[in-house]
Design a protein around this ligand. Structure first.
Ligand code: ZN
Length: 453
């Protein structure tokens, strides 16, 4: 039983429901029917969890059917030390789940069906034991994800779903121990690949909402608004808010303002709190022949001691080499969004060398137009927003690699600066910024933004 338990932990792709184990259709090959370990005693907050010991008798409880509606995850905790760390998730009902590991960086990914997280995003900012941090959220339609960043290579010693009390509540526990062997097993690599493939399929299923038409002209220019991050990827973390929420709020305000002008059609790469891979953001813009792409982000500073001193917005355009070291690091951080969400899908879109993109004739026109738009945006935002020391920068942002559409990435400010975060969270400020960007869009199209179309 012990060896089976370890097997259960290291094998991936097992779907476990309330003490019963079943194989997921997509992963049926290579999986075995294995019994889960029975519930372990609940760890106390300060004491390391008890090592999974003799499993004793099998779990006899009858399986609870997984409910059709979303299960709510309303609590999470990390206990233990570097020898054994346990992450527990409190759930309103049973779930199906799947666990696998990823490397570079070392992560453990837990995919669960249809879970709504009501835990504050900041909860996962600080780990313990082997866990440095974790994040959670919607990942793909009907699927949620927990991504656990670990201090180094770990292995999953045990996973268990425990029924708690009579009200159907459950607790999902994951025990991590330092990895005994380097690298991932073939089964794990296959499971990660399989998960990525399923994401792609899931990704294709729901089409993004068609462009919201301008009331005036059906052939009005299409503007794609791209609120960064979303779902399991929260982006930068402030004291109160998270980047994904702020940029979505500004994105929605911008959508409203642009539509109210009656001059444009508008499309959002996401209009709720879901994860959207970078590639899909670009595809939305390309497939619908957008005439302007505006990506919205908020920055944060790792060095907390400087957080009060550093603030201000910056507008980025695409370049092969970054305008400065800070821009390069920021692009690396934003480009890692898919990787951090455990959804890195190398695709042909990103294989194109940025140099060849920029040498493409059409791309040069688009790049020139992006610079024009930036000038209008700087002019209109001035007085409404505080700019960083050098608000015109460039770097190799994956999401800006668009040959046919002028694309800019606006970092609205530093969420790590308490004053700026407070401002960014205010609806009044969000509306003001949306109004200023709309004025810049008006300038852009009035001065020939669309003459190449
Ligand atoms: Zn961002």
């Amino acid at each position: 039983m012990r060896s089976l338990a370890v097997c259960l932990a290291t094998i991936c792709g097992l779907v476990v429901t309330d003490g019963q184990v079943a194989t997921m259709p997509a992963l049926a090959q290579g999986s075995t029917h294995i019994k889960t370990m029975p519930p372990a005693p609940k760890p106390t907050a300060s004491k390391p969890p008890a090592k999974a010991s003799d499993p004793g008798s099998e779990t006899k409880s009858a399986p609870t059917p997984v409910p059709a509606g979303p299960v709510v995850a309303d609590g999470a905790s990390v206990t233990g030390d570097r020898a054994l760390t346990r992450l527990a998730l409190d759930l309103s009902g049973p779930v199906e789940y799947q666990v696998f590991r990823l490397q570079t960086p070392d992560r453990v990914v837990v995919d669960v069906t249809n879970v709504e997280f009501t835990i504050p995003a900041a909860t996962g900012g600080k780990g313990a034991g082997l866990i440095s941090s974790y994040r959670f959220g919607a990942f793909a339609p009907g699927r949620s994800r927990l991504v656990i960043e670990t201090m180094g290579p770990v292995q999953v010693e045990a996973t268990r779903l425990i029924r708690e009390g009579a009200r159907g509540r459950h607790r999902l526990e994951l025990d991590l121990i330092p990895a005994r062997a380097a690298g991932l097993s073939e089964i794990e690599v296959a499971a990660a690949r399989d998960s990525a493939a399923r994401l792609k399929l899931a990704d294709m299923a729901p089409q993004p909402a068609p462009p919201k038409p301008s009331p005036a002209t059906p052939s009005a220019p299409l503007i794609v608004i791209d609120p960064g991050h979303g779902g399991v990827d929260s982006g930068a973390q402030g004291a109160v808010g998270v980047e994904k929420d702020i940029v979505l709020a500004v994105g929605r305000a911008l959508e409203k303002a642009l539509l109210a002008s009656g001059r444009y059609r508008v499309m959002m790469t996401r209009s709720d709190d879901t994860f959207v891979p970078l590639e899909r953001r670009i595809r939305i813009s390309r497939d619908h022949e957008a005439q302007l792409f505006i990506s919205l982000h908020a920055d944060s500073l790792e060095a907390r001691e400087l957080a009060h001193a550093i603030r201000g917005a910056t507008i980025y355009t695409l370049s092969q080499s970054a305008s400065d070291e800070r821009a390069r690091r920021l692009a690396d951080k934003e480009n890692a969004a898919d990787l951090l969400a455990g959804a890195h899908l190398p695709t042909e879109i990103f294989q194109d060398d940025v140099k060849s993109i920029l040498f493409d004739l059409m791309a040069r026109e688009s790049a020139g137009l992006a610079l024009n738009f930036r000038q209008f945006a700087l002019k209109r935002l001035r007085g409404n927003i505080q700019f960083s020391r050098d608000p015109q920068r460039s770097a190799n942002f994956l999401v800006l690699r668009q040959a046919e559409t002028p694309a800019v990435l606006i970092e609205l400010g530093y969420i790590s600066n308490p004053e700026e975060e407070k401002q960014m969270l205010s609806q009044e400020w969000q509306r003001k910024i949306a109004g200023a960007i709309t004025a810049a869009v008006n300038d852009f199209f009035a001065k020939g933004g669309s003459i190449f179309r």
